[in-house]
Write a protein that binds this ligand. Structure first.
Ligand code: 13P
Length: 385
């Protein structure tokens, strides 16, 4: 049953979480609505109860002006692909050393608000023994954690995927909180192809994203919800628009049904682009205009921010698209980046040539990418002549 009215939603939450409500001073009606959601730590965790206001504060810090996220949450299998491409053996020590190079880059925190880590990485430390999360907090970088367990074939729908990882998630989130994580990421994958995506695939992924997001907020962690519409295929930009809009509509309906407070949620979106193999490639302006129109038609204005994945775009395209979108602003939400490949690939290539000798030079490269994307988040990036 849909519980439509905010007061009813809050009453419902109160019944579910019978703990005292703080009396806020000077709260607007909207904030009274929010403040009624006091999120208890689950039975397995310790520490203070978390309020929606704290989630909102973290979410806003993630999209602070001129700042964005670096995604370094590649699973062991995905980082192997990246390392293979530059000839680095995929050992635990190489993964640790690589992430140390990135996370300790001097000045990274000027343009990076947060970093998404993988399960192995959040447990690791610098060579000198300082936990990565401590290094990050000292640099003003909020620790985030990827918590999904990957996209698996959706039974009955050949070629389509559904993301798994809800079983035991409450307990895993509690552990990540102890490590210092303040936000989490869950990636759903939507594939465009013949008779794809099905509404079953879109809705199954939206449902999982909503259940994940609700668990995050219960644990006091900001959920970053990522429904990625893949660039793979020869479809045109209009098809990408339609699929992205349907995906976002399904996602926000599911978040609503699951009582997820949007004020404490970040959307990680894919841009509306032509398929990689489409003969006609939309230019930067068309990508920017289509993406903005799509987001405005499907994403509530109350969301604190939207960040984009790079999804296989070149470094320059990822930056140019973000910049063009922000030049079309102001928009209802800050638009920033949460790039993986488009933040790291140049630095990885340099580091791989001489891990020790190019350590500092590779750090400079990743900071340059952060600065360029930070400028693009303000619409102030200028393409090098
Ligand atoms: P890319 O920017 O390389 O697509 O990675 C972002 C990400 O986190 C995908 O889940």
């Amino acid at each position: 049953m849909r519980v439509g009215h905010l007061a009813e939603r809050c009453a419902k939450i109160r019944t579910l979480t019978p703990i005292p409500l703080p009396v806020g001073e000077g709260l607007s009606n909207r904030h009274l609505g929010s403040a009624c959601l006091i999120i208890p730590r689950s039975a397995t965790t310790t520490g203070p109860a978390m309020s929606i206001d704290q989630l909102e504060t973290v979410a806003q810090a993630m999209v602070a002006p001129g700042k964005g996220i670096i995604a370094i949450d590649e699973s062991t299998g995905t980082i192997k692909k990246r390392f293979d491409s530059v000839g680095i053996p995929n050992t635990e020590e190489n993964r640790r050393a690589y992430r140390e190079m990135l996370l300790t880059a001097p000045g990274l925190g000027e343009h990076i608000s947060g970093a998404i880590l993988y399960d192995e990485t959040i447990r690791q430390s610098t060579k000198a023994g300082v936990p990565f999360t401590q290094v990050m907090k000292q640099a003003g970088i909020i620790p985030g954690i990827k918590v999904d367990l990957g996209a698996k074939p959706l039974a009955g729908f050949p070629g389509e995927l559904v993301t798994e990882g809800l079983d035991g998630l409450r307990e895993r989130l509690a552990e990540y909180v102890e490590f210092g994580a303040e936000f989490a990421k869950w990636r759903a994958v939507i594939t465009i192809g013949e008779d794809m995506p099905s509404s079953t695939c879109i809705d199954a992924n939206a449902h999982a994203l909503a259940r994940y997001a609700a668990l995050c907020q219960e644990a006091g962690i900001v959920p970053m919800v990522e429904p990625e519409v893949l660039m793979d295929g020869d479809h045109d930009i209009d098809t990408c628009y339609e699929v992205t809009e349907a995906t976002l509509r399904s996602l926000f309906a599911a978040l609503y049904e699951h009582n997820v407070m949007l004020e404490g949620t970040i959307l990680k979106a894919s841009m509306v682009v032509s398929g990689k193999d489409c003969a006609e490639q939309a230019d930067v302006d068309e990508v920017a205009e289509s993406t903005i129109l799509c987001l405005k038609s499907a994403v509530p204005a109350v969301l604190p921010g939207i960040v984009f994945l790079s999804g296989g775009q070149s470094d320059e395209d990822a930056t140019a698209h973000l910049n063009a979108m922000n030049q079309l602003g102001p928009h209802p939400w800050p638009l920033s980046f949460s790039y993986g490949r488009a933040m790291q690939s140049a630095a990885l290539q340099l580091w791989a040539k001489d891990m020790a000798g190019n350590f500092a030079a590779a750090q400079k490269v990743v900071v340059e990418r952060a600065r360029d994307n930070g400028l693009a988040a303000l619409g102030q990036w200028r393409q090098a002549a």
